[in-house]
Design a protein around this ligand. Structure first.
Ligand SMILES: Nc1ncnc2c1ncn2[C@@H]1O[C@H](COP(=O)(O)OP(=O)(O)OP(=O)(O)O)[C@@H](O)[C@H]1O
Ligand SMILES: [Mg+2]
Length: 263
């Protein structure tokens, strides 16, 4: 699976926060239809990689390309429009909106006219709205939230909120989906279900997955490629079996209290 074409590439990507080098000249090569994981101890710079790709803040050096096109000079909206979707480490839903409304918000950029809001009441926008609601309902079903369209996001159990975030990202029809710790806070059986689901995103929908994950069985069980970051630097990369045995990786994890082991 790792011999395909490159979808996302970073060259010498560098991000600093004041004196801190959060990402140091990182080269990433994410192949189409692969599951590519980024792992590393807390503070290694994993989430910052996602934020740089979305261009949430300017980078200090290097470049980012999606299907060879430079995206590091685009606004986050444009990056999303080009086909990059993401979920957040700390779930970011509109908690007082229903599940379906959360998806519709994620979808508005794909509609021909912006039906969102009272001003837009042409026949065209009503047709768009109907289509959007149908599509949102289909997405809810796809992520396993059938019948929960009217439930307020804040009333969904935690695992369902994570699924809803994925549904919202899928509404943008991403080529690349970046998932920031999708199994955080899940029990082992929920995690296992999520693994199957993520595989399905690749195998059924052809989506490329860039995954940040702390659960090593999840990472090692489904990744085609694993990139290991430590203090913003890539210390190892390759298939799970290679990375698992890499001394530098084991040392980086041993040096960390808390999430200590490479299971
Ligand atoms: N917006 C920001 N402003 C200042 N410093 C930041 C910002 N975002 C991240 N950092 C710092 O950059 C470093 C990398 O943070 P990042 O969140 O990318 O780590 P991470 O690998 O995702 O960690 P975790 O596993 O805990 O989520 C950390 O030292 C963090 O404090
Ligand atoms: Mg993080």
């Amino acid at each position: 699976m790792t011999t395909g074409q490159t979808l996302l590439k970073t060259n010498a990507l560098t991000k600093r926060f004041g004196g801190l080098v959060a990402i140091d000249a990182l080269d990433l090569d994410v192949k189409e239809r692969s599951i590519h994981s980024i792992i590393g101890p807390n503070g290694a710079g994993k989430t910052t990689v996602f934020n740089c790709i979305m261009n949430f803040f300017p980078i200090e050096g290097g470049e980012i390309r999606l299907s060879e096109e430079r995206i590091d000079n685009m606004t986050p909206d444009r990056v999303a429009f080009r086909g990059v979707g993401r979920t957040y480490q700390n779930i970011r839903l509109f908690k007082n909106m229903s599940s379906i409304e959360n998806i519709l918000v994620g979808m508005h950029m794909h509609l021909k006219s912006r039906w969102w809001g009272a001003v837009l009441r042409s026949r065209h926008s009503r047709a768009d709205e109907k289509k959007a609601v149908e599509e949102a309902t289909r997405l809810l079903q796809y992520v396993g939230l059938r019948g929960k369209g009217d439930v307020l996001a804040r009333n969904l159990p935690y695992g369902d909120q994570r699924k809803l975030e994925i549904a919202r990202a899928l509404a943008m029809k991403p080529k690349l989906l970046m998932l920031d710790e999708p199994t955080a806070g899940m029990n082992p059986s929920e995690s296992l279900e999520m693994v199957g689901f993520i595989r399905g995103l690749r195998d059924q929908l052809g989506i490329t997955i860039l995954l940040i994950e702390h659960h090593m069985p999840v990472v090692m069980g489904m990744s085609d490629t694993v990139t290991v970051l430590d203090h913003g630097t890539k210390i190892s990369e390759g298939p799970p079996d290679h990375v698992k045995r890499d001394k530098k990786v084991i040392e980086a994890y041993l040096g960390q209290s808390g999430v200590g082991h490479m299971a």
